[in-house]
Structure formats: C-alpha cells, structure tokens
Design a protein around this ligand. Structure first.
Ligand code: FMN
Length: 240
C-alpha cells in the first residue's frame, strides 16, 4: 500500500464529535447569555467557515450583515415584534388548546426571544446579492440554496465555539424596513435574522424527530425498504 492510499484510508474527521455537533445544534433562545459580549473575531471566524458552503454555479454571492449597534438592534427588534408578535401569541394559544407540550415549549421560547430580541449582543443577517423577484421556482431555489447552506454552517460553527443562535425569519414580513435602516441595497435578498450570543451552559440534547425510515422513500415514492446492492447503491429489488 503506498503512502497516498494509506492517508486516504485514515479517518480525518472525529465522527463522534461531528455527530454531536450535528445532532445538538438547536435553536437557542432561553439559554442565550445576553450579558456576555461576543467578539468580532469569533463572528468572522465562523463566517470564514460558513463561506466554505457550496453555491449554485460557484457564484459566491453571499453577503453578511452584522448588527451590534444597540439603537439599530432595538429598531430591528421592534420590526420583528411588529411582524411576529400576533403570530407567536396565536401559536402559543393554539398549542395550549391542543395540549401539545413540545410545540408549547417552542412557541413559549419563541415568544421569549421576541420579547428580548434586542438583548442579543449581535444579529447576523445572511443575504445574497440577488433578487428573487421575477425568478422561476428553479432559479429561486438556486438562489436560496446558495445562502441557506452557508447560514447553517455558520450556526454549527457558533455552536462548536460555545455560542448559540436561532434562524429567524419573522422580520422578513417587512424586510424593506430593515434594509432601509441598514442601507441594504435593492436587489439584495435577506434570508434570515440570526440573533447570536454565548449560551448558558454548552450541553444540548438531540431533538425528537420522526424516524427517518418513515420519511424516506427508496427508488419510488412509498418505497420503504432499500436494500443496498454490492456497490452501496440501493438494489433494484429493494423497493419494499
Ligand atoms: C426557515 C425557518 C424559519 C424560522 N423562523 C423562526 C422565527 O422567526 N422565530 C423563531 O423563534 N424561530 C424560528 N425558527 C426556528 C424554529 O422554530 C426551530 O427550528 C424549531 O423551533 C425547532 O427547534 P430546534 O431547532 O431546536 O429543533 C425558524 C426555523 C427555520 C428553519
């Protein structure tokens, strides 16, 4: 076996740690530490990792807006609340009526974040220098896919460094008001508003999710049992 072959075989990723990161990066709201400042360098380091994400046609049109100015944060928080408070309160009431405890926790936590939004030390707004207006479905998916993947990488990088975040979108109901406030030019699309802070404690659990076997289709929609062929591809007989 030559040297190249040997280094190819060697695992270079600590799978247990990678899996821990992927399974415990949660939407953090009530455990954001609003009192602890977030360093500029840490945000930039996480963005350096984020921009390793793929983009359609390798166009790399991600743009990042970071807001730390207290006055601007408060104005943006007000826009977030104007757009989202009714939705969040109604959602909470619905979950109470349904007795759905996991949804109730999410809604209660979302309301808490909305009420305290300006207290997050930094907001990060992932943007893409493209306009969705007039685009076909396929083109829009390409545009959004070229920033959302980087956004999630950013959140993973934060988590690995003891910070937490939540992907929020409620302000997008009036994205223009935020754009005007921050001087974001026309033609630049905001896709989220991510409040960032260190977390209180660093231990988070995986979320309860449906078994993937129930939501995965093999070869045909409704195909439940994929049996792998000799080279790892689902075998033709693996439909049910
Ligand atoms: C596209 C998208 C939009 C979201 N918008 C909001 C939002 O505006 N406000 C909020 O508090 N959470 C928002 N979330 C977070 C979800 O509510 C969150 O993923 C859900 O509560 C599950 O929590 P978990 O990530 O800890 O499993 C959003 C998540 C996604 C993926």
């Amino acid at each position: 076996m030559d040297q190249n072959q040997r280094s190819h075989d060697k695992p270079t990723i600590d799978v247990a740690n990678a899996d821990l990161l992927l399974s415990t990066t949660r939407s953090v709201r009530k455990r954001l530490d609003f009192e602890r400042p977030v360093e500029r360098e840490t945000l930039l380091e996480c963005l350096e990792l984020a921009v390793q994400a793929p983009t359609a046609s390798n166009r790399q049109l991600w743009r990042w807006m970071i807001v730390t100015d207290p006055e601007l944060k408060t104005k943006i928080a007000d826009i977030y609340r104007e757009q989202g408070m009714d939705y969040l309160r109604n959602g909470l009431a619905d979950s109470e009526a349904d007795g759905d405890s996991s949804q109730l926790r999410v809604k209660d936590s979302a309301l808490y974040l909305a009420e305290n939004f300006e207290r997050a030390p930094a907001y990060v707004i992932p943007c893409i220098e493209e306009d969705l207006a007039g685009k076909s479905g396929t083109a829009s998916i390409g545009t959004l896919g070229s920033i959302i993947q980087a956004g999630w990488s950013f959140q993973l990088a934060l988590r690995a460094r003891g910070l937490g975040s939540t992907w929020t979108t409620l302000h997008l109901g009036d994205a223009k008001a935020v754009a005007d406030l921050l001087g974001i030019p026309a033609g630049v699309t905001q896709v989220a508003l991510i409040p960032v802070a260190y977390t209180k404690g660093t231990s988070f659990r995986p979320a309860k999710r449906p078994p993937v076997t129930e939501i995965t289709h093999w070869n045909h929609w409704g195909g439940r049992h994929g049996r792998l062929g000799p080279f790892g591809s689902p075998s033709p007989g693996g439909r049910r």
